[in-house]
Design a protein around this ligand. Structure first.
Ligand code: IMP
Length: 197
């Protein structure tokens, strides 16, 4: 059976790298640069699932490739689920992770609970069908950033299953084993296997 080829509809090189590591060569993942797309993709829905679908659809409609996109949010209990679907723009337009993280820590000052979770929704458009895969990881927001790895909110997210380390203190491999994106991508890969039967 020929290897499947999927475009990942993201301009986030970290997401692309994680996806490629998790699928581990089982699927060929093309980037937007690989198909010569160099614009931003609109992300205007008010749900993670809706945004994932919107991004995948944007590329599928223009290029015809089977395509996937992920949308991820960090939901913090003490902030009633914020930043949630607005995680990328929490401190304003510009996708500035350091500013987002500073705002999060400021808003949590004095909070009783620092419980939070990441959720990822992946939309897969393959042939003429659409499939959604979800992954979640629970943990705590730390008092200050630690670690140099990962991206986004990783330096302040300490997953329950990570031995007290933030995602940014873990190797990519260890993060992928327990992360929201790792879980969602593994469901996607299992699904792709069922198509080969
Ligand atoms: P989006 O899915 O690209 O909209 O990402 C939403 C926000 O969450 C952005 O600020 C990302 O940097 C952040 N984010 C997405 N995935 C992760 C992750 O795995 N770790 C930490 N932050 C993430």
């Amino acid at each position: 059976m020929a290897k499947k080829v999927l475009v990942m509809a993201t301009n986030n090189s970290h997401k692309l790298k994680e996806l490629r590591e998790i699928v581990d060569g089982e699927v060929e993942i093309l980037s937007l640069q690989d198909i010569n797309f160099h614009d931003d993709i609109p992300e205007t829905c008010d749900t993670l699932e809706g945004n994932a679908l919107q991004k995948a659809r944007w590329i599928k409609d223009r290029y015809g490739y089977d395509c996937l996109a992920d949308d991820t949010g960090l939901m913090v209990d003490a902030l009633n689920g914020a930043p949630g679907v607005y995680s990328a723009r929490y401190a304003g337009e510009g996708h500035d992770s350091a500013a987002n993280t500073r705002k999060l820590l400021a808003n949590l000052e004095g909070a009783d609970s620092r419980r939070a979770h990441f959720s990822t929704y992946i939309a897969l458009l393959i042939d003429n069908d659409c499939h959604i895969f979800e992954g979640r990881v629970d943990g705590e927001i730390s008092l200050q950033p630690t670690g140099e790895g990962g991206f986004g909110y990783d330096p302040v997210f300490v997953p329950d299953e990570g031995g007290g380390k933030s995602f940014a203190e873990m190797s990519g491999e260890d993060k992928n084993l327990i992360s929201h994106r790792g879980r969602a991508v593994r469901k996607l890969v299992e699904f792709l296997h069922t198509l080969d039967r």
